[in-house]
Design a protein around this ligand. Sequence first.
Ligand code: IDP
Ligand code: MG
Length: 174
Amino acid sequence: MRRAGRPAGPAPARPQRGLWPWPRRSEAASLLAVERMAIEQTLLIIKPDAVARGAVGQIIGRLEAEGFALRQLRLVRLGRDEAERFYAVHRDRPFFAGLIQFMTSGPAIPMLLEREDAVAHLRRFIGVTDSARAGAGTIRGDFGTDVQRNAVHASDCPENAGREAVFFFGAQAG
Ligand code: IDP
Ligand code: MG
């Protein structure tokens, strides 16, 4: 004879974590870590080499698939003065003249990207400066050529991300 209150059939599986729906210790720790991570914006430029080789769509596709939201985008042809101002921190480096020549050689595409931990995440995602040494699967590894023609620029810290966003997008930045 069946006891009232329980349907026929196999007994329901025991809940794995007991009745109290509190996450396990490791889950709670990672939830807290995500909460601490801030939504940020950072600046990426698709450089003239990658625009010339027709890689714009693939690069933007990879960024979107990685969770970066596109907030602003322009197509620009940098003048010498602009390129020199943008890279002023490298003014005294031996590669400066070549860098300016390269960055003014054709159209480039600056864009503002947003996601959690955007600045550090994007730097890891694009790979190291020298495309010849950047890992396969990184943007610089897959679309750049060498230490100068490396497909993309990405801001290296939140302070520079803010400065570079204003450089290209003025009042529309942020
Ligand atoms: P980053 O773009 O990875 O932040 P930086 O050292 O800030 O690298 O250099 C700015 C840009 O200058 C590089 O992305 C690259 O295009 C160019 N560059 C850097 N180092 C060299 C070099 O040794 N030779 C030629 N060009 C370089
Ligand atoms: Mg840099």
